[in-house]
Design a protein around this ligand. Structure first.
Ligand code: XMP
Length: 305
């Protein structure tokens, strides 16, 4: 990307030309990629674009409200409350790929309903360069809307940021005046908190994970990590008050990276780690331990599933 303003002008014209008088949809996740793509496309075609935000219940704390606020200026924004349907779809699923598949399928169903309702001919996606590289391999089934074009016969798919890296997307987001909470937001996986829960996703584990992720994001903001996260990885014995409890084990992870393809675990000072530990165990009586993950990628991945 040579110059961010010319990039924006060029993409806005390209999208306007591609979509013409037709209707378009975009899946808005709250993350920087889809938010930036939506802002670009909205600038190009206004309310001919329907941004669809599916609340899967697997989102970060406050994320749904944040999306409503940020995109309140788009009259065509749709927020779909699908929390119960996602929990149902995930019930009993313990295998990581099975979980991803269940989420992807449900997501497509939700999105498809709106796409048909608004008679969308075009699908806009916030795909960026590293996504395409990872999807070409067999590392994991990656995209939430990946199966959609087979279900709906779109006239075209528009991916204005397909050649950009994440830091370039952030530049575009700033040029479009997206708030800092969006432009500087850490990447968050499509399947959401489900990849930060080992085994079955339950309401209880989700609540623990959501709160722990919030604590970690807050406490580690000054380290400016590429991603900082918390995952519920199992159960272990602990003592709370006078009782032995078999509580949740929460792993905390904070990494530096440019594109998510490789990453380095960050060195965090002991006091900060202890503060995280005490907030997570203090705020949730069912958490018995907090661990810090020192593994780079490779050999580990950034997420836990
Ligand atoms: P891993 O865990 O494979 O993650 O090291 C690399 C980057 O990709 C994000 N990630 C995903 N993003 N759908 C997504 O849209 C997914 O299924 C998915 N899995 C991981 C992860 O958060 C990290 O930034």
């Amino acid at each position: 990307m040579v110059d961010v303003d010319s990039f924006v002008d060029e993409k806005v014209s390209e999208i306007a030309e591609a979509v013409g008088d037709a209707n378009a949809v975009i899946a808005l996740s709250g993350g920087v990629d889809s938010s930036t793509a939506a802002a670009l496309a909205y600038e190009a075609v206004g309310d001919q674009l329907t941004p669809v935000y599916v609340d899967t219940g697997l989102m970060r704390k406050g994320e749904t409200d944040q999306v409503r606020e940020t995109f309140a200026y788009m009259d065509s924004l749709r927020v779909v409350d699908a929390r119960d349907r996602f929990l149902d779809a995930l019930a009993g699923a313990t295998d990581p790929e099975e979980k991803r598949h269940a989420i992807g399928e449900q997501f497509i169903r939700e999105f498809e309903t709106v796409a048909r309702e608004v008679d969308a001919d075009y699908l806009v996606q916030g795909t960026i360069y590293p996504d395409r590289i990872e999807s070409e391999g067999t590392i994991k089934s990656h995209h939430n809307v990946g199966g959609l074009p087979e279900r709906i016969d779109f006239e075209g798919i528009v991916e204005p940021m397909r050649d950009l890296y994440k830091d370039e997307v952030r530049e575009v987001a700033r040029a479009l005046d997206l708030e800092a909470v969006v432009s500087e937001r850490m990447p968050f996986p499509g399947p959401g908190l489900a990849v930060r829960i080992i085994g079955e996703v339950t309401e209880e584990k989700l609540a623990v994970t959501r709160e722990a992720n919030h604590v970690v994001e807050e406490e580690l903001a000054d380290y400016e990590p590429w991603q900082a996260l918390a995952a519920v990885i199992g159960k272990a014995t602990g003592v709370k008050g006078d009782n032995r409890v078999h509580g949740w084990v929460v792993a905390v992870r904070s990494v530096e990276s440019r594109d998510g393809m490789t990453a380095r675990a960050q060195e965090i000072d002991w006091e900060t780690l202890q503060r995280i530990q005490s907030r997570i165990t203090g705020e949730n009586e069912n958490v018995s331990r907090v661990l810090y993950d020192v593994t780079h990628k490779p050999p580990a991945t950034i997420e836990y599933e």
